[in-house]
Design a protein around this ligand. Structure first.
Ligand code: PGA
Length: 250
């Protein structure tokens, strides 16, 4: 018998700029929803996905996609913060996507960061996603330290929804967003394993500032030091969409 070793890599799509990246990512989301209007999806926060949010909302307004049945799961949130806090990731997603896109609020699933027992609550959130049949699609950004959702360096490939300590690098990144107010030093995040269980995974990044971490994530050996590298464990369902600047070191 002849053994065949197949080395597969995630699909990498390089587009000219951030606008094209946003359009491509939005097309992936709308294609999923046209095929399955009640799909369970999870979208990232941060500056990278804003163009994608706008494109999806525009498609909904044009009648090109129906967002009335989508189930949207938050992927990360600061501990003790919720949709009622101005600086929370949940309120960012609400303001920049859920409300303008007209997604029914009862289809917006938020992380239980205010629960008196956050650890048990995190496990319930994980189970809620599993009970929904898992995520049909996740779109991810990447932190300068390689985090996906808030799976910081050190996160295991099999990690699940849990509370995590934020690294100094992520705290510095969040500092801008909190504009002088204290930044919580812990977050709740869906796990790397939760993400790898999704049926389809898109990673988006733009700008020269992401070039080195994209090189590490895609070209160095997989490691917990760069949690995004774990996506290569499921290459057949991963597509990485980069603008030319973010792809410059591949
Ligand atoms: P950014 O954040 O889109 O603002 O660069 C990405 C992330 O930290 O996941």
């Amino acid at each position: 018998m002849v053994g065949v070793m197949r080395m597969t890599e995630p699909e990498i799509i390089v587009v000219p700029d951030a606008a094209a990246m946003s359009q491509h990512a939005a097309d992936e989301v709308t294609a999923t929803l046209r095929r399955k209007p009640g799909a369970a999806i999870s979208l990232p926060t941060g500056s990278t996905p804003e163009g994608m949010y706008d494109q999806i909302a525009q498609s909904a307004r044009n009648g090109e996609v129906d967002l009335s049945q989508v189930q949207l799961y938050c992927m990360d949130e600061y501990l003790g913060k919720s949709g009622n806090d101005d600086n929370s990731l949940t309120s960012l997603l609400l303001k920049h996507f859920v409300v303008p896109a007209g997604i029914p609020l009862e289809h917006f699933h938020t992380l239980p960061t205010l629960d008196p027992d956050v650890h048990a609550a995190a496990e319930r959130y994980e189970n809620e996603i599993a009970a929904a049949g898992g995520l049909d699609l996740v779109v991810l950004g990447i932190g300068g330290n390689g985090h996906i959702a808030y799976n910081e360096p050190g996160s295991a490939a099999g990690s699940r929804t849990r509370v995590i300590d934020l690294t100094p690098e992520s705290l510095a990144q969040a500092d801008d967003y909190f504009a002088g107010k204290p930044v919580p030093d812990k977050a709740m995040t869906i796990g790397v394993g939760t993400l790898l269980d999704a049926k389809r995974i898109i990673l988006i990044a733009s700008g020269a500032g992401k070039a080195e971490i994209m090189r590490q994530a895609l070209r160095e050996p997989m490691s917990a030091d760069v949690p995004a590298s774990w996506l290569r464990l499921a290459p057949e369902k991963v597509t990485v969409i980069l603008d030319e600047a973010a792809a410059a070191l591949l």
